[in-house]
Design a binder for this molecule. Structure first.
Ligand SMILES: [Zn+2]
Ligand SMILES: [Zn+2]
Length: 813
């Protein structure tokens, strides 16, 4: 065994740390070890074993967690690439790739002891002590903790339970421990000793078997080759039969953690028939051919809304499954509803693992182990599913590849689409990027032959794309003399649909009731305490809410700045739009879909189902309603202020608006009836609006590409946003000034540096924010510059967490 190992620990530092391997421990590269780091113990990933004695004193590895690698060579390589490309600390990258935190959470428990019992008893008799320095609320909580612990008969109760059950904070519990009322214990070690079960694994079905033996072997075979021993006990055979099979080498018994689901029965995948159009057939043939070549190959599947891209993905994945290999399908968050999951189980049986954000840490770890063991070779999930530990990867599909939810907005700031392409490269696999509105970057790559371009130009069943009518809201204002939310044209069209018992979607990409509260006396807006952002009025909750940090404040009766009573609530959000529609169409059944009404996938699906069952007439919503869901009865889509984004200082504003308008228009007329879209706008001449109205992706693409070329934006330049933040304005100014000076003095050739400038949102979550935008035609030069900048920042003692490097940033706000 080598003497040393290098370990990547999850800390914001761009390096691995060397530890000594004590006798008796055998760490493996790609496996986890427990190591001391500063005052803590941490879980890290071994990246190298070696005998090079470091110059500084080294500490010992405390324990080996995994006897075999949890990250194989390919995933280790992928992690290193991410750390390098996105300038992210390697330990934090590996932590993101491994959803196994649940296995090692520290669990703290409490138990009541004698003095606590006494205190509880006395409190019941005499009430609280008058000399106490605690507030009445704190005393009340202490009493509830004691009561709760007493009721559990001296058993350990987890801290988490006490927090949620009686609202006890760590501070209160600490105080109670000091008073000797309760004792604290670390339960983690008890939890780590996982219960295991025996699983029978088929090794060979050959040789002569008697009836009892055959019955066992057949059960194991029909369960896919592995079954818990417990499940075999329900068979009517002597217990010794299994032992005989094990001795003969037909069956092997292995221990597995009991918490991780082992499939008991394996429903056979359903026969899978699609009635494909010729375009779908040729797309599928191309995909299969590329998968079979076992070489890296990228495809961009550009199909208009309703052209049946999903059916092509699923058929492609089925052929991968039938060939005994693995595939990953990435979908945007909102796409993974329970109904979709049910469909996937129909098609792939027990071979599918679904990874969505509603999973608990423990469930996520269970799915991860199923995939790692090879039980689930079809993986469907959101962003981080790109790291699924599948073996023999043949195909990765990125559905709605333009969707911004693929970019992680915290360290490591990776883009799952780009990681998918790199992973496919490293695995000699095929990658498919699909969208009705591909990102500029992907389409550009396709035109440069980096990807094969496959088009699905028509909707299935010869349905036509909806007719789009633009309503100029400036004219509407001139003609009616009033600021309208719903134009006369849109109101009239909604009336017609309601008369014909057809359904309507109305998009307003802004939640809440009123987005701005303004004082007419001093002219100031009511802003968040932590952010330079106006608070939004939420009427039903009777609160003012910051949509960036979650801060809430009471609804003001007077101006908080000058005390004037003339406060005005301005503008319209989805909550107010719903109310307006109720007023205009009192008979209509109306529902709203936004982050205030949708807390989980179930809420979303319930409303979609009601719409599909014809129980709703109008659905109002934010961009949530724009994403690929097939709704049959909708014949009218109204767009109310979807072009708000065009006013934002962000070079992707036009692209985002075009995508949103095209996607929401795609919801109209997918069933038997043709659809219509009414697009209200203040920017009626803007090319994003004009091309979306004509369903002209290529027209938009070419125009936008010229703009990007003039401005040296992606895809013509690699771009990074460098954000300097601090809750102290002085520090933020000092640090951004120092970096600005450094950029000026060092003059990196071939890299343009804009800034420092105040970020468009100058204060966010208490931090003051300044930023730089770096652009370069050479990604190598860009990353070299960024790396030296980070080194300089470290020399200047600017904390690594306060300088955020966002490579390929998609938001510059
Ligand atoms: Zn005022
Ligand atoms: Zn805020």
């Amino acid at each position: 065994m080598p003497d040393f190992c290098d370990v990547a620990v999850p800390v914001p530092l761009d390096m691995a740390f060397t530890y000594r391997v004590p006798d008796g421990l055998t760490p493996v590269v790609g496996g986890r070890v427990l190591v001391p780091f500063r005052q803590q113990r941490m879980m890290g990933i071994v990246v190298e074993l070696h005998d090079r004695k470091p110059k500084v004193a080294t500490k010992n590895v405390l324990n080996v967690v995994d006897p075999t690698p949890v990250l194989d060579d390919q995933l280790l390589r992928l992690g290193r690439w991410i750390a390098d490309y996105y300038l992210a600390p390697i330990g934090e990258v590996f932590r993101t790739m491994l959803p196994l935190t649940a296995e090692f959470k520290r669990v703290i428990g409490y138990r009541i002891i004698e003095q606590g019992d006494m205190a509880l008893h006395l409190a019941g008799v005499s009430g609280s002590s008058a000399r106490s320095q605690r507030t009445p609320e704190e005393q009340a909580i202490e009493f509830r903790v004691l009561d709760y612990l007493a009721a559990s008969d001296g058993a350990q109760v987890r801290e988490q339970t006490l927090r949620s059950a009686v609202g006890a904070s760590r501070k209160i519990l600490d105080g109670m421990v000091r008073k000797n009322w309760i004792v604290r214990q670390d339960l983690s070690t008890q939890q780590e000793a996982t219960r295991t079960i025996k699983v029978a694994v088929l090794k060979s079905a050959e040789g002569k078997l008697n009836a009892n033996q055959r019955s066992i072997v057949e059960t194991v075979v029909s369960a896919g080759g592995r079954v818990p021993v417990e499940a075999l006990q329900s068979l009517d055979v002597p217990r010794t039969t299994l032992g005989t099979l094990v001795r003969r080498g037909a069956i092997e018994l292995v221990e597995e953690p009991a918490d991780f689901s082992v499939s008991r029965t394996k429903p056979r995948p359903q026969p899978f028939e699609f009635d494909f159009t010729p375009a779908q057939k040729s797309a599928l043939a191309c995909l299969r051919e590329r998968v079979e070549s076992r070489r890296f190959s990228g495809m961009l599947l550009h199909g208009v809304t309703g052209s049946g891209k999903t059916a092509v993905y699923l058929a492609g994945m089925r052929s991968v499954l039938e060939a005994g290999r693995s595939a990953i399908l990435l979908v945007p968050e909102i796409g993974l509803t329970p109904a979709v999951a049910a469909d996937l189980h129909q098609i792939f049986g027990d071979e599918v693992a679904i990874l969505h954000s509603a999973l608990s840490d423990k469930e996520r770890a269970q799915q991860w182990h199923r995939i790692k063991r090879g039980e689930a070779r079809m993986v469907v999930g959101t962003r981080s599913a790109v790291f699924a530990p599948v073996g023999d990867l043949a195909l990765i599909i990125v559905d709605e590849e333009h969707d911004s939810s693929y970019k992680q907005e915290e360290t490591p700031r990776y883009h799952a689409r780009d990681v998918a392409v790199m992973r496919a490269k490293m695995s000699n696999a095929a990658v498919v990027l699909g969208s009705a509105t591909p990102s500029l970057e992907s389409y550009y790559n396709a035109t440069k032959n980096k990807y094969a371009l496959i088009e699905l130009p028509d909707r299935v069943e010869k349905r036509s794309l909806p007719e789009v009518e633009i309503v100029d809201m400036r004219l509407e204002f001139q003609e009616t003399g009033r600021e309208q939310v719903i134009s006369r044209k849109l109101a009239e069209e909604i009336h017609q649909r309601l008369d014909r018992k057809e359904q309507v979607l109305v998009l307003l990409n802004r939640r809440g009731y009123s987005p701005v509260v303004l004082c007419r006396t001093c002219g100031k807006k009511l802003e968040c305490k932590n952010c330079a952002i106006a608070l939004t009025h939420h009427k039903r909750e009777h609160k003012m809410v910051c949509h960036y940090c979650g801060y809430t404040a009471p609804v003001p009766k007077a101006c908080v700045h000058c005390g004037s009573e003339y406060v005005y609530f301005l503008g319209t959000g989805s909550e107010k739009l719903e109310e307006l529609l109720h007023g205009m169409f009192p008979q209509a059944r109306i529902a709203r879909l936004d982050r205030d009404t949708v807390r989980g996938h179930e809420d979303f699906e319930r409303t979609l189902n009601a719409l599909n069952e014809g129980e709703l007439d109008i659905v109002v919503g934010t961009q949530m309603i724009a994403k690929g869901h097939d709704i049959h009865g909708v014949t009218l889509v109204g767009v109310v202020g979807a072009d708000v984004a065009l006013g934002l200082p962000d070079f992707r504003a036009a692209e985002r608006t075009f995508q949103l308008l095209t996607q929401v228009a795609g919801r109209a007329g997918r069933g038997q009836s043709p659809g219509k879209v009414i697009l209200q706008t203040y920017f009626q001449d803007h090319y994003a609006v004009q091309y979306a109205a004509k369903h002209d992706f290529i027209g938009f693409y070419e125009k936008e590409l010229r703009f990007r070329s003039w401005m040296h934006y992606p895809p013509y330049s690699a771009l990074a946003n460098v954000l300097v933040r601090s809750d102290s304005l002085d520090d933020a100014l000092k640090w951004s000034g120092a970096l600005g000076k450094w950029f000026n003095e060092t003059r990196h050739e071939g890299v343009r540096v804009l800034g420092p400038a105040a970020a468009p949102i100058m204060r966010l979550k208490r931090d003051y924010r300044y930023h730089f935008v770096l652009k370069s035609p050479s990604r190598e030069k860009l990353n070299t510059t960024l790396r030296s900048m980070l080194n300089y920042a470290a020399q200047q003692k600017i904390p690594r967490t306060q300088v955020i490097v966002d490579v390929d940033a998609i938001w510059l706000m």
